[in-house]
Design a protein around this ligand. Structure first.
Ligand code: F6P
Length: 340
């Protein structure tokens, strides 16, 4: 049997553990073909063969040895036909697609073209539905919490309000968990908008008492007054998402103007996605990879692996992309206890 693997969308720590898990758990008579740069590699026919030696020790490395892209074959002229032809050319019996909702949405569409696909959910945002965790998230939370920890002492010394901007387009999981772990004094996430006045009031109260504050804000947070998220609307990816970034600076400026307190901003951005995965993400990635290969061997196509409690289960890929897993109110309420 010949099995292709591709990694699509934003990279995240743990991808290499999945790849290693797939390769190491495959049968001797199974050949694994690594497709380079996500769906792009299947359009351009860029691939490499993967042996046990090729994946030796890669589970501790960040990024993906296969490279990734946000190429959407459905908006590339002739993209789908090229993929179908190249799957035939490579004699692939199955394809393991590792990606977030965009990559997996393409995967479900390709299933309707009779490709035999198994999915693996991936995103540091942790917003894939019907799976408790995606690998990479745990690493991102640790990096974010460490950064917020460090910013506490400098904010305190200078009696400043420090805004820390973290990734999270529609879901504020990274921001709320990193903020909770490091004791941020205000956590702003896309799911729960606030007015500028509400933000200023919490910070005024905090500054009167403690004289400094650290605010964790997700890049997708939108104050109630703003129509759109803050970002560069001229830059969109192949799935129509605008390039986000800037809410931290926006809030720092407006809060300074309205309260008079000294403010600064740190944008963590891609730092959250880089570097070596935590042990948790290495193990989760490994379990996903091994279970994905099991699904291929059983011929259970159109499904993806998922974490439910401490068990790896399988669900239809369509369940994973049916909706976004957002931070629920009960969880946000817990964080609110520590605001101010
Ligand atoms: O993959 C999700 C994500 O990390 C979002 O949180 C963020 O908005 C986006 O990727 C950034 O993507 P890019 O790497 O294309 O700048």
């Amino acid at each position: 049997m010949r099995v292709g693997i591709l990694t699509g969308g934003g990279d995240c720590p743990g991808l290499n553990a999945v790849i290693r898990g797939i390769v190491r758990s495959s049968n001797e008579d199974t050949e694994i073909i690594g497709i380079m740069q996500g769906w792009k590699g299947l359009i351009d026919l860029e691939y490499t063969s993967l042996t046990d030696q090729d994946v030796e020790g890669i589970h501790i490395l960040g990024g993906t040895i296969l490279g990734t892209s946000r190429v959407n074959p459905f908006v590339v002229e002739g993209g789908v036909d090229k993929i179908l032809n190249n799957v035939k050319k490579l004699s692939l019996d199955a394809l393991i697609v590792i990606g977030g909702d965009d990559t997996l949405t393409v995967a479900t569409k390709m299933v309707s073209y009779n490709l035999k696909i198994v999915g693996v959910p991936k995103t540091i945002d942790n917003d894939v539905a019907n799976t408790d965790y995606t690998f990479g998230f745990h690493t991102a939370v640790n990096v974010g919490a460490d950064a917020i920890d460090r910013l506490q002492s400098t904010a305190k010394s200078h009696r400043r309000i420090m805004f820390v901007e973290l990734m999270g387009r529609e879901a504020g999981w990274i921001t709320i968990e990193a903020g909770l772990a490091a004791g941020a004094h205000l956590i702003l996430i896309p799911e729960f908008p606030m007015t500028i006045e509400e933000i200023c009031n919490i910070l005024r109260h905090r500054m009167e008492g403690s004289k400094y504050a650290v605010v964790a804000v997700a890049e997708g947070f939108k104050p109630t007054e703003l129509e759109d998220m803050v970002g560069d609307k001229t830059k969109t990816d192949a799935f129509g998402h605008i390039q986000l970034g800037g809410i931290g600076h926006y809030l720092a400026d407006i809060v300074k103007e309205k309260t008079g307190y000294d403010t600064r901003t740190v944008v963590l951005g891609h730092l959250l996605r880089g570097g070596t995965p935590t042990a948790f993400d290495r193990i989760l990635g490994t379990r996903y990879g091994v279970s994905a290969m099991e699904l291929v061997e059983k011929g259970d196509f159109g499904r993806m692996v998922a974490l439910r409690g401490n068990d790896i289960i399988s669900i239809p890929i369509s369940y994973g992309i049916s909706t976004k897993k957002l931070v629920p109110f009960e969880y946000y309420r817990l964080a609110q206890t520590f605001f101010g």
